[in-house]
Ligand binder design. Structure first.
Ligand code: EPU
Length: 346
C-alpha cells in the first residue's frame, strides 16, 4: 500500500480546484482496501472515495482518508446469444472504456461517449446522455464495504437507479438499510451490450446529425463520432477549462405546474416523462435568467451552455458554491423552481 501525505488534489478534480488530501491511498484492488482497514491509524479514520473527480466541488482540504480508485482491467466476460457482457475495473477512464468497446466491434455504449470520469463512478450517478442512461446497459458490479471489508455484488435493481441517482448517493436512514453513500467502494462494473445492436437515435441533436449528413442508418462508430462532435461543440473540455459537466439536474414538475409556467413563459423547453411528469431544461431556465457568461470571482457560467459552471482560472470551491446559490435563487424567484445540484460539495 502506498500512502501519500498532504497530496495535491488539483490534478484529481475536473474543476481544477486547488486543495489537498491529508492522506491519499491509491487503490488498485481489494487488497489495498483491506490494508487500509487493517492499518492502526488509517483503519478507524473516515474515508472518502475518489474516482475521476468529475462530479465534486472541493471547498477545502479533505480530512478523511482519500481512497483514489485506480483498479485496472477491461475484458469481454461472456458472449451470450442475447448479449455480450463486458467488465471494467472501476479505475478505467469511462470514455476510453467506451472507445475500447467500439474498437472491439461492440455497440451499445456509444451514446455515452466523452463523459468525463471513471467507470467506477458511472453507476453512482447513473450517467446519461443522448437518450441513454447507464442503467439501460448495466449488468452488475462488485464493491467492497468500507466498514467491514466484505466484498459484495449488486445487480441493477439493488443499485436503485434513478435520474442521476442510485443507492450510492443515499445515506442509510436510521431505521433502514437503504443507502451506501460513503460506505462502499466500487471495484468492477459489468455492462450488458444487447444483441442484435439497435441504435438509440431519438435525441434531437442526433436527429439533426442524420438530417445534416443524410446518414439515416448509422452504425455504432458513426453515433460515437457524432456524440463526440456534439459534446465537443457544446461542452467545455475539462482538460482546458475546469468544470464538472451539468451543475444542476433537470427538474421535473407536474403537468399543472408546467402549464402554469408555459402561460407565463411560452418558450420554456419541456419534455413529457413516461410517469406523466414534465422535465424542464435547467440550462434553459438559467439562460433565461441571463446567467450565460456571468461570474463570481473566477467561477463562471459557460458561454455555450448555461448548465455548466466553469473555473476561469484559480476559482475556489467557495466561489463555485456562491455562484451556484445565486443561480438557484434567481431561478426560484422567476420560475418558482428549486434547482438541485448534481456534483457533491466536499
Ligand atoms: N438550453 C438553453 N440554454 C442553455 C442550455 C440549454 O436554452 O444555456 C436548452 C437547449 O437549447 C435544449 C435544452 O435546453 O433545448 C436541453 O439542452 P441540452 O440538449 O444541451 O441538454 P441538457 O438538458 O442541458 C442533459 C444532461 C447532459 C447530457 C445532455 C445530452 C442533465 C443535467 N444534463 O443536458 O449531461 O449530456 O442532456 O443528453 O441531465 C452531465 O450530466 O454532466 C451532462 C453533461
Amino acid at each position: 500500500m502506498f500512502v501519500e501525505s498532504n497530496a495535491p488534489l488539483q490534478p484529481h478534480n475536473t474543476f481544477g480546484i486547488v486543495a489537498r488530501a491529508r492522506t491519499l491511498v491509491r487503490v488498485r484492488g481489494p487488497e489495498d482496501v483491506h490494508a487500509v482497514l487493517a492499518h492502526p491509524e488509517l483503519g478507524p479514520e473516515p474515508k472518502f472515495v475518489l474516482g475521476g473527480g468529475s462530479n465534486i466541488v472541493l471547498t477545502g482540504d479533505v480530512k478523511p482518508v482519500v481512497l483514489k480508485v485506480e483498479v485496472p482491467g477491461r475484458r469481454v466476460l461472456e458472449e451470450g446469444p442475447k448479449a455480450t457482457i463486458v467488465e471494467f475495473g472501476a479505475g478505467e477512464n469511462w470514455h476510453e472504456a467506451v472507445a475500447w468497446t467500439i474498437e472491439q466491434g461492440l455497440g451499445g455504449l456509444e451514446n455515452l461517449a466523452l463523459i468525463p470520469g471513471t467507470v467506477g463512478a458511472s453507476p453512482v450517478q447513473n450517467i446519461g446522455a443522448y437518450g441513454l442512461e447507464l442503467q439501460d446497459r448495466f449488468e452488475s458490479l462488485d464493491a467492497i464495504d468500507l466498514m467491514t471489508g466484505r466484498e459484495f455484488s449488486l445487480d441493477a435493481a439493488q443499485c436503485a437507479f434513478g435520474y442521476r441517482d442510485s443507492v450510492f448517493k443515499h445515506s442509510p436512514a436510521r431505521d433502514s438499510d437503504f443507502g451506501l453513500a460513503g460506505r462502499a467502494l466500487i471495484l468492477r462494473v459489468r455492462m450488458r451490450l444487447p444483441k442484435p445492436w439497435k441504435p438509440v437515435l431519438g435525441y434531437l441533436d442526433l436527429q439533426r446529425k442524420m438530417t445534416e449528413t443524410g446518414v439515416t442508418h448509422p452504425d455504432a462508430r458513426q453515433i460515437f463520432d457524432w456524440v463526440c462532435a456534439i459534446r465537443t461543440a457544446k461542452l467545455p473540455d475539462p482538460r482546458v477549462i475546469g468544470n464538472a459537466g451539468s451543475f444542476f439536474k433537470n427538474p421535473t414538475v407536474t403537468p399543472e405546474q408546467c402549464q402554469d409556467i408555459i402561460a407565463r413563459e411560452p418558450n420554456i423547453v419541456h419534455y413529457p416523462m413516461p410517469d406523466g411528469t414534465m422535465k424542464l431544461a435547467a440550462g434553459w431556465l438559467i439562460d433565461a435568467c441571463g446567467w450565460k457568461g456571468k461570474s463570481v470571482g473566477q467561477a463562471g457560467v459557460y458561454e455555450k451552455q448555461a448548465l455548466v459552471l466553469v473555473n476561469r482560472g484559480g476559482a475556489t470551491g467557495g466561489e463555485v458554491v456562491t455562484l451556484a446559490r445565486a443561480i438557484q435563487t434567481s431561478v426560484y424567484e422567476r420560475f418558482g423552481i428549486r434547482l438541485e445540484p448534481e456534483p457533491v460539495v466536499v
